[in-house]
Design a protein around this ligand. Structure first.
Ligand code: SF4
Length: 151
C-alpha cells in the first residue's frame, strides 16, 4: 500500500450512522464495541465519533468472527489481546518490561494504561497493529506470516 493510501485508510471520515450502514452493524452494537475497546474511532472536540476505513474493516471483521466463526465478544477481544504487537513494532526487551500490553491476555494493546516507549507517543489508530483486521486474518494465519518474516 502506498503512503497516501495508508493515510487515507486511517483518516476519520464517517459518522456513526454511516459506519453502521457500511459495516452492516447496528449503531447499538458499534457503541458496545467501542465501550469494550474493540475499536477506537476518532473522537471530535464535540465528542462525536468518526470512523475510518480501517475502523469499518475492523467492524466487518468483528461481525465475521461473531457470525461465521462462532466467537463471542470476549473471545474476539482476547484474540486481539493475543496479537504479538511487540514483534510487529519491534519492541526491545526493555520496552516490553514496562508495557502492560505485553502480558495482557484479555485487553487489546491499544487499551493498555501503561504503554512501552515504542508506543507511548504513537496514535494507535494509525498503527500497523490496529490496522491488521483490514485483511481479517485469523490469529494463526497472522502468526504464520510473522514467523516467515522473522525466521
Ligand atoms: S501503538 Fe497502540 S496499537 Fe500499536 S502496538 Fe502500540 S499500543 Fe498497540
Amino acid at each position: 500500500m502506498t503512503e497516501q493510501k495508508e493515510a487515507s485508510a486511517t483518516q476519520p471520515l464517517y459518522p456513526l450512522r454511516v459506519a453502521a450502514e457500511l459495516s452492516l452493524t447496528s449503531v447499538y452494537s458499534i457503541r458496545q464495541y467501542i465501550d469494550r475497546g474493540l475499536i477506537i474511532p476518532y473522537r471530535t472536540s464535540t465528542n462525536r465519533h468518526l470512523f475510518s476505513n480501517v475502523d469499518i474493516a475492523r467492524l466487518r471483521c468483528i461481525r465475521k468472527n461473531l457470525d461465521e466463526n462462532g466467537l463471542n465478544l470476549a473471545g474476539i477481544k482476547s484474540q486481539f489481546a493475543m496479537t504479538p504487537c511487540w514483534l510487529i513494532r519491534g519492541c526491545s526487551e526493555e520496552d516490553r518490561n514496562v508495557c502492560d500490553a505485553y502480558d495482557s491476555v484479555t485487553d487489546p494493546c491499544w487499551t493498555a494504561a501503561n504503554k512501552g516507549p515504542e508506543c507511548v507517543n504513537t496514535d494507535c489508530r494509525t498503527c500497523a497493529v490496529y490496522k491488521l483486521p483490514e485483511k481479517c486474518e485469523n490469529l494463526k494465519d497472522l502468526l504464520k506470516k510473522i514467523d516467515r518474516l522473522i525466521l
